[in-house]
Design a protein around this ligand. Structure first.
Ligand code: ATP
Length: 354
């Protein structure tokens, strides 16, 4: 018997349901659901499943699969994040980086953060791109000022399910562009420290583009769970993405995956596909460095228009929304497996009286 089927007040979960849940596989990744189960309780016809991750979009396919397997239960999904916080009330900090500028790093960070919140996660977004803090615009918050009741601690903004703090709320990019690594990382740490973040499952950090002294110092100073690298398939972006991968490896930050943005262009009129920036460059890079490609996004006018209008593309009913949602789920899983592997490889510490 699996311990997640232990239940005190509720009905016994039948063996057939236990078997079904143990073998059911997640639609995106094929991973077995059993690895994510925290508790399963049955109360008459209500099956309450608690997951270890906020993956609430699994409710619909799982409900359907249960019905198809002949179980008529009404499913309710929730999650319990038992991860120890990495910084204050923040459980995981994820850096979104790119070697080259303009590849869609901020667009990816925003859509990823909203995708995670759509899964039920509590999410914050820290815009650390000192050269061009564009996230307030992308979340419809441009021109807003940050407020502080005591002139010390700042309240983050909230939009589309995500808490936001941006370096752009506080400093003039002209001024920030002359910063060196230590100054930039100090400003970033201050921003992280002096913001009243609520309890968060994930804080997504939009890093400045590049792999120089600023990015390296920031990556070293921040408490980080993992990084996502964004690239386009063209050679010059790929060689810069390669540098980003090497930089993170140098400071022991796990790379959770690669996103290939502007992978192809789909003609709106004739539907033909054009690989404007080359073909599958991200996939080849991922293979070479043994990292996973979490998603490939098209070059699409709507993505830019919606970013400019302050409504992330992931919120609109369109195919790219599904790509961002899949990237979000894959990223949570990658981090979860990484943490589980780390925990399994830690030697057990036994304290004796001797
Ligand atoms: N897949 C896409 N299709 C169309 N436009 C896109 C796509 N991804 C990003 N863009 C647009 O490209 C521009 C640059 O994107 P973004 O600001 O996200 O890049 P970045 O890598 O963060 O840039 P920076 O180097 O300035 O930080 C923006 O106008 C954005 O709306």
């Amino acid at each position: 018997m699996f311990n997640w089927f232990k239940s005190t007040k509720t009905d016994v979960v039948p063996d057939a349901v236990q078997q079904f849940l143990q073998h059911w596989q997640l639609p995106d990744s094929g991973a077995p659901l059993s690895l994510l189960l925290d508790a399963v309780n049955l109360n008459k016809n209500n099956l309450q499943i608690t997951l270890k991750l906020p993956l609430l979009s699994l409710a619909q396919p799982l409900q359907q699969a249960l019905h198809s397997a002949g179980f008529s239960y009404e499913l309710a999904l929730d999650y319990r994040n038992a991860t120890t916080a990495i910084f204050k009330q923040i459980k995981q900090i994820i850096l979104v980086a790119s070697g080259k500028g303009g590849v869609g790093k901020s667009t990816t960070a925003v859509n990823l953060a909203v995708a995670l919140s759509l899964e039920g996660a509590k999410v914050g977004l820290l815009d650390a791109d000192i050269y061009g803090p564009s996230i307030p615009t992308m979340l419809g918050l441009s021109g807003e000022k940050i407020s502080s009741a005591d002139n010390k601690l700042m309240q983050p903004k909230f939009a589309h399910g995500v808490y936001l703090q941006s370096i752009g709320f506080l400093v003039d990019p002209q001024q920030a562009s002359v910063w060196r690594g230590p100054m930039a990382s100090q400003a970033l740490m201050q921003l992280l420290n002096e913001t009243v973040w609520p309890e968060l499952d994930y804080l997504v950090v939009d890093m400045p583009p590049g792999t120089g002294d600023i990015q390296l110092t920031m990556a070293q100073k921040l408490p980080v769970s993992g990084a996502l690298v964004v690239t386009t398939p063209q050679d010059i972006a790929l060689s810069d993405a390669e540098k980003a991968i090497s930089m993170f490896r140098q400071v022991n930050i796990p790379i959770l995956g690669l996103v290939e943005n502007m992978s192809f262009y789909l003609c709106q009129q004739c539907g033909s596909k054009d690989d404007i920036f080359g073909t599958d460059g991200g996939l080849l890079l991922a293979e070479r460095y043994q990292v996973s490609v979490l998603g490939q996004l098209p070059l699409q006018k709507h993505i830019r228009e919606q970013a400019d209008a302050g409504i992330p593309a992931v919120l609109m009913p369109q195919p790219v929304a599904d790509i961002y949602r899949t990237i979000g789920r894959q990223l949570m899983l990658a981090l979860h497996w990484h943490n589980a592997k780390q925990a399994a490889s830690q030697p057990e510490i036994i304290i004796t009286d001797d």
